[in-house]
Design a protein around this ligand. Structure first.
Ligand code: GUN
Ligand code: ZN
Length: 422
């Protein structure tokens, strides 16, 4: 079945100023969920006369490079920085995911919320519980979403949220066996952070990563000053936080580190040479008082970057809003993040981190047709600000003023998976 969509098309396939691909009057042709043609409508009109008009700016589906589905119901929890916030708000909420029915209900709400926000793929933390991964993968399979996740390893976690080296390994292996090759799903070995796993478990995570060349590694890195100090105390022989992971084989091209707010130049050099990626999470960093990501330092070291909401420390599922906050975080350090690069980070950049850039993120021929229809006139104020404006102005306004109200439709594999009620 062939479908041809006529709309303004925009994508940014590479992290380069001239990488913008824009068709003001474009045609996107999809067959069996895959883009088979893309270009200016007048060039393709003869070949595909039967077109559907899409009302808005079509961009690739957003890819959230770091988010916690079990924290959906703890978003906006008042009062603490990272370590106290985890103890007071997050760990109690995660204990409830021992109940599969609870995990099922939250996973369904979470994935529907992603679609409402134009997010079609994500790298997701579940909890320590094996069935929390099953709940998420089952719900993603049903919706045909591209989701990467993996049971959280935390043998030093609080009571009720602990595994052991042996159970963590056995459950990880079982999940990889159970889910490999199904739907659009991928697996990530997921040690919670350096403080929540013993040396033996971190080493085991490194061994799992080495054993399975098709899985990612996903964890947190250098987010909060108190956390960084605790890691330095726990690993006195390590050069820095990243080095504590490196010693266990966890710094690789398949590694995704969330945050990276307080990084030494040594750590940046090592991140670059390893090919590991960083998920920038500006709303979370602001909410927990963690600081602002240093784009200048990251760019000096040519780090691979993507964008994440990090809900529940993040304050919105909207990748538009998150992109707008990334701009503000950059400006706070006297750097700039232009709206096209922000779009890159939210799409192809995150896809590259998740090792799915061959499949999604740029709406190129051969890629899966996950895309979003953006409405730059979603509110009266946005309409006034963007009326008659050029593309850069409209895109920036969508990022600074927009959120899920600006998502008029979300498409998965060429089919409408969410439509805003007018
Ligand atoms: N570090 C360890 N666990 C977490 C978490 O759940 N959220 C955030 N933001 N940082 C963490
Ligand atoms: Zn996180």
């Amino acid at each position: 079945m062939i479908r041809a969509y006529r709309a303004e098309l925009l994508s940014v396939p590479h992290d380069a100023p001239d990488a913008v691909r824009h068709e003001p009057d474009g045609l996107l042709v999809v067959e069996d969920g895959v883009v088979i043609a893309r270009g200016a409508y007048p060039d393709l009109a003869d070949k595909y006369p039967d077109v559907e008009m899409l009302p808005g700016l079509v961009v690739p589906g957003f890819i959230d490079a770091h988010v916690h589905y079990p924290q959906t119901d703890r978003i906006a929890s008042y009062g603490e920085q990272l370590l106290d916030w985890l103890d007071k708000h997050i760990f109690p909420a995660e204990k409830a995911f021992a109940d599969k029915a609870h995990a099922d209900a939250v996973a369904a709400f979470f994935l529907d919320e992603l679609l409402r926000n134009g997010t079609t793929s994500a790298l997701v933390y579940p909890t320590v519980h094996e069935q929390s991964v099953d709940a998420l993968f089952e719900a993603a399979l049903e919706r045909r979403m591209r989701i990467v996740s993996g049971k959280v390893l935390m043998d030093l976690g609080p009571e009720g949220l602990q595994d052991t080296v042996a159970s963590g390994r056995a459950e990880t292996e079982a999940l990889i066996r159970r889910w490999r090759g199904r739907g659009r799903l991928g697996y990530a070995v997921t040690p919670r952070f350096a403080l929540a796993s013993s040396d033996a478990q971190l080493a085991d995570a490194g061994a799992l990563l080495a054993k399975h060349p098709d899985v990612l590694m996903h964890t947190h890195l250098s987010e909060n000053v108190h956390e960084v100090a605790a890691v330095a105390a726990r690993f006195p022989d390590s050069a820095d936080y990243l080095d504590a992971y490196d010693r266990f084989g966890l710094v690789t091209p398949r590694s995704v580190f969330a945050h990276g707010i307080h990084l030494s130049d040594r750590a940046c050099t090592r991140l670059h040479e390893s090919g590991a990626g960083v998920a920038v999470c500006p709303s979370s960093n602001l909410f927990l008082g963690s600081g602002h990501f240093n784009f200048g330092q990251a760019d000096r070291h040519a780090l691979r970057l993507g964008l994440g909401t990090d809900v529940g420390a993040g304050t919105s599922f909207s990748m538009l809003r998150t992109a707008g906050l990334a701009y503000q975080a950059a400006l706070a350090r006297e750097d700039r993040l232009d709206p096209f690069r922000a779009l890159y980070l939210a799409t192809a950049g995150s896809a590259s981190l998740l090792h799915i850039a061959d499949r999604v993120g740029a709406l190129e021929v051969g890629q899966e047709a996950d895309f979003v229809v953006l409405d730059s006139a979603a509110t009266p104020l946005m309409e006034r600000r963007t009326e008659g404006a050029d593309l850069a102005t409209r895109l920036f306004a969508l990022q600074i003023l927009g959120d899920e109200r600006a998502i008029s439709r979300t498409y998965l594999l060429g089919e409408c998976a969410y439509k805003r009620t007018p």
